[in-house]
Write a protein that binds this ligand. Structure first.
Ligand code: ADP
Length: 387
């Protein structure tokens, strides 16, 4: 597999059959690869594009071993996996990219914060505690005046497992209700949020995507804008350098997404993901190589593709199911509609739309009109445009 050619496609196994695996499958068509997906259900989004499908749990060591036997390399659609089982796959000889030790950073916010903190990266002030009796907790709550955010170390995503208590007692109550390690951190006054994606190859070489602005509602990302709004070239370069440092520290292979807070202390690292990320969906239409193609290239040991933007403005809007199901609008030039073909449920992420254009405001309007036509329950977040 060190010298793949179209005659000998690399067999890539993906743990998970969600929308990220679906978009990997779409990207794989253009690459000398075949994709086998370990899906939780036979109607998961990626089932319709995979070359082969196994149905089983990502937490089942047998299912992971079965996937590993059929492929040359294993990668992930999500990090809700059994890390010991993933490590066992690695020791059995099938490479896992990113490897279990790297995936732990994404699966465990406490581990992530502690290691990145020791490496001197700029982070929110935080403590890791277990239970309310930990003396570190009372000292931290006193120092922060009770204005904190509480995050379960494992199992959370899209705002689940993240709590915004309004008082010291409220914080204690949240911590008391959680089992296992908990990250308690300062509640920041955010000037904005951004995401920096880098891709790291097996050889340690990186490519960085342009920085994007992100907008969230109730802890879930709803909009991503390229170029990042109101960020100068020096700050953007700083974000790319931070992400490349993190990719080296965690030993990433494939896409590493770094969610960043923009504050009066500059960039602070919120959290990282070691897989294609929602904040990189814009690259499918908006960059010369999509994050999905570059992730697969990296894990398969193929050369990485160029990451520069191919449009002046790109706006991606996530579509979260509203009160009733609607048909998705049609794609057209300048507007791409991605339907994950998931059963509709209010609040569930059912797809995304990406608009490309020459002007920021018009591009945003096109993306939001399409999201609304699809019945998205989200409101357009207000933000000022520098352009
Ligand atoms: P998840 O892992 O579910 O994505 P995050 O840790 O990224 O959760 O938090 C979700 C959102 O909550 C962030 O994008 C941000 O808007 C807000 N948030 C998280 N931590 C803080 C903080 N320390 N201060 C202020 N806002 C925060």
């Amino acid at each position: 597999m060190s010298d793949p050619s179209p005659a000998t496609p690399v067999r890539v196994g993906v743990v998970g059959g969600g929308q990220l695996a679906l978009m990997m499958g779409e990207a794989a068509r253009e690459l000398p690869l075949s994709l086998t997906v370990l899906a939780a259900r036979d109607d998961d989004p990626a089932v319709r594009v995979a070359d082969a499908v196994l149905v089983g749990s990502a937490r089942d060591p047998e299912a992971l071993a079965d996937l590993a036997r059929r492929v040359d390399v294993v990668t992930l659609d999500h990090e809700l996996v059994d890390l010991d089982a993933l490590a066992a796959v690695e020791s059995s000889g099938t490479p896992v990219r990113p490897g279990a030790a790297a995936v732990r950073f994404a699966a465990d916010k406490a581990h992530q914060r502690q290691v990145l903190g020791r490496s001197g990266l700029p982070l929110p002030r935080f403590v890791v505690v277990e239970g309310t009796r930990d003396p570190a907790l009372s000292a931290f709550l006193a120092a922060e005046g009770g204005r904190v955010v509480v995050k379960a170390a494992t199992g959370g995503y899209d705002g689940r497992g993240v709590y915004f208590p309004t008082s010291r007692d409220g914080a204690l109550e949240v911590v008391a209700g959680l089992t296992g390690p908990v990250v308690v951190e300062e509640r920041l006054a955010l000037r904005g949020e951004a995401a920096q994606l880098v891709v790291r190859g097996v050889d340690g070489a990186h490519v960085a995507y342009p920085l994007v602005s992100t907008f969230q509602a109730e802890g879930t990302c709803i909009e991503v804008d390229f170029p990042a709004l109101g960020v100068g070239a020096a700050e953007a370069a700083e974000a790319a350098t931070l992400a490349e440092r993190i990719a080296d520290i965690v030993g990433a292979v494939g896409v590493l997404a770094v969610e960043l807070f923009w504050t009066d202390r500059g960039w602070l690292v919120n959290e990282i993901a070691l897989r294609p990320h929602n904040t990189g969906h814009w690259t499918i239409e908006g960059a010369r190589t999509s994050q999905f193609a570059n992730h697969l290239r990296a894990v398969a040991g193929l050369p990485l593709g160029p990451t520069d933007a191919s449009a002046r403005h790109v706006v991606m809007v996530n579509v979260l199911g509203g009160d009733e199901p609607h048909e998705p609008p049609a794609s057209r030039p300048g507007l791409a509609v991605h339907d994950y073909a998931k059963a509709w449920r209010p609040g569930r992420k059912i797809g995304h739309v990406t608009a490309t254009g020459a002007h920021q405001a018009a591009t945003r309007v096109a993306a939001w009109e399409a999201a609304r036509a699809w019945g998205s329950r989200e409101e357009e977040p207000w933000h000022s445009s520098p352009s």
